[in-house]
Design a protein around this ligand. Structure first.
Ligand SMILES: [Mg+2]
Length: 203
């Protein structure tokens, strides 16, 4: 059970590590320039925690610990908002992947909207979560190829959006023409999540 979460976090950390400079560069254009470094720091903190400690009761308490560590090490709004999904993922039920994933997405979205005062189309990582949640509902099934394609499309779409949250909203350009860095890191984390779900289904 916890193995799923460990594999997902480890893989996400690897891919973020390969891309964090690119994410920083996007953030240099529309934010304060450090989002790649920040998300990498949070994930590395998580990986080092479960690499050195072996006793965890269940996935709920495990993901509670992980999300708290990440929140503190990341700091700021991204620390608070991006760890919501990690905490919710403690509720993943490997015997009911589809329904538990739907619930996790719906709870994550509600909490991001409430705590972050952010809406769909504001140019944030919510612009990845919401279309994927819609796709899951419509397809009634987790189809990896379709989801990866949808994540890529949703990410690309954030380029065209005017920022209504974060520093980018103060720019003359409103960030138009630049992919949202938080959406970029989220796209990686969600792709790794669905890849792991797919591995689980084929086991
Ligand atoms: Mg920052």
């Amino acid at each position: 059970m916890i193995e799923f979460h460990k594999k997902w976090i480890t893989n996400s950390c690897l891919i973020i590590k390969e891309n964090y400079q690119k994410i920083n560069m996007l953030d240099q254009e529309i934010g304060d320039g450090d989002h790649g470094t920040t998300i990498l720091r949070g994930l590395e903190e998580a990986v080092s925690h479960f690499s050195t400690k072996n006793e965890f009761n269940n996935s709920i308490s495990f993901m509670n610990e992980i999300s708290k560590l990440m929140r503190v090490s990341m700091g700021g709004a991204s620390g608070i908002l991006m760890t919501i999904f990690f905490k919710e993922l403690g509720n993943l039920n490997l015997n009911d992947l589809y329904n538990s994933t739907l619930t996790i997405f719906s709870n994550t979205i509600t909490k991001i909207q409430t705590r972050g005062k952010v809406k769909f189309g504001d140019k944030s990582f919510l612009d990845i979560f919401i279309p994927i949640h819609q796709d899951l509902i419509e397809n009634n099934f987790i189809d990896l190829d379709k989801i990866i394609k949808k994540i890529d499309e949703s990410l690309e779409y954030t380029k065209s959006l005017e920022a209504r949250v974060g520093r980018a909203k103060f720019l003359d350009s409103k960030g138009v023409g630049v992919i949202d860095p938080g959406a970029y890191s989220t796209s990686i984390i969600l792709k790794e999540f669905f890849k792991e779900i797919n591995n689980e289904k084929n086991n």
